[in-house]
Design a protein around this ligand. Structure first.
Ligand SMILES: CC(C)(COP(=O)(O)OP(=O)(O)OC[C@H]1O[C@@H](n2cnc3c(N)ncnc32)[C@H](O)[C@@H]1OP(=O)(O)O)[C@@H](O)C(=O)NCCC(=O)NCCS
Length: 206
């Protein structure tokens, strides 16, 4: 049975509707514990304050800078302005830009796959914020970009992130042995994925 994305999302998360006229249309999603919204240049100071943290850098690709400077924030906003449709957003907590979440869209034969990523300022950890943000943003990304698959590789030393993904419905698909070189160490990544079809089957809709 074929289902369009909106219907599928509506059925699984019956409190979430992503279509026209919904709060998702302008990408400002109130998740309860946080708001996912577009980055604004006035976020710069809060971005630097949250992002300039080695514990965050240690769990992300090296393209996320450390230390995180004024110039890095400027580069980030310039980069965002070059994208036709934003796919990276701020996570706002209590009116403050506290972290980031988004998807890098695949190209060529990977056009149906998105590389999903996120981070949160340490001050906000342990409050369930990323669990709700990942659950909602991942569904939004599948729908908004017509993706079949989201991939989230997690460094093997990051069980908190694995837990966040599992709670959002991602499945541990593989261990990518020695696939990342981070902080001078060759490490394994655990590949978590969220598949549109898998989700439909699991929910008994197909
Ligand atoms: C990983 C990160 C996103 C978690 O965000 P958060 O808002 O603190 O996460 P939540 O509070 O929603 O949930 C964390 C879960 O991990 C669990 N957890 C935390 N530390 C853990 C550990 N050492 N081992 C196992 N589980 C752990 C928590 O108990 C919680 O699960 P629960 O709700 O079942 O109790 C945040 O710490 C972060 O930004 N880290 C740096 C960047 C990063 O790792 N990004 C992801 C790259 S893949």
């Amino acid at each position: 049975m074929g289902l369009d994305c909106r219907c599928y999302t509506y059925r699984i998360y019956d409190h979430i509707y992503f279509g026209p006229g919904s709060p998702f249309e302008n990408m400002r999603i109130d998740c309860g514990l946080c708001v996912i919204r577009e980055w604004q240049t006035r976020d710069a100071e809060e971005l630097i304050s949250a992002a300039n943290n080695r514990k965050i850098w240690l769990n992300l690709q090296d393209r996320f800078p450390h230390p995180y400077t004024d110039a890095d924030a400027s580069s980030w906003f310039s980069h965002l302005q070059t994208t036709s449709e934003p796919s990276q957003w701020a996570i706002e907590v209590d009116g403050v830009a506290a972290g980031g979440i988004g998807v890098d869209l695949g190209e060529d034969i990977f056009v149906k796959t998105g590389h999903f990523g996120y981070w949160l300022g340490e001050h906000f950890w342990g409050r369930g914020i990323m669990s709700v943000a990942v659950r909602i943003a991942s569904q939004y990304c599948l729908n908004q970009y017509n993706l079949e698959r989201l991939e989230a590789p997690v460094f093997s030393w990051n069980p908190a992130s694995m837990r966040v993904l599992e709670k959002a419905g991602f499945v541990r698909e593989a261990v990518l042995h020695k696939s990342a070189y981070k902080d001078g160490q060759l490490i394994d990544q655990v590949l978590y994925t969220l598949l549109r079809q898998r989700e439909i089957r699991l929910s008994g809709l197909e």
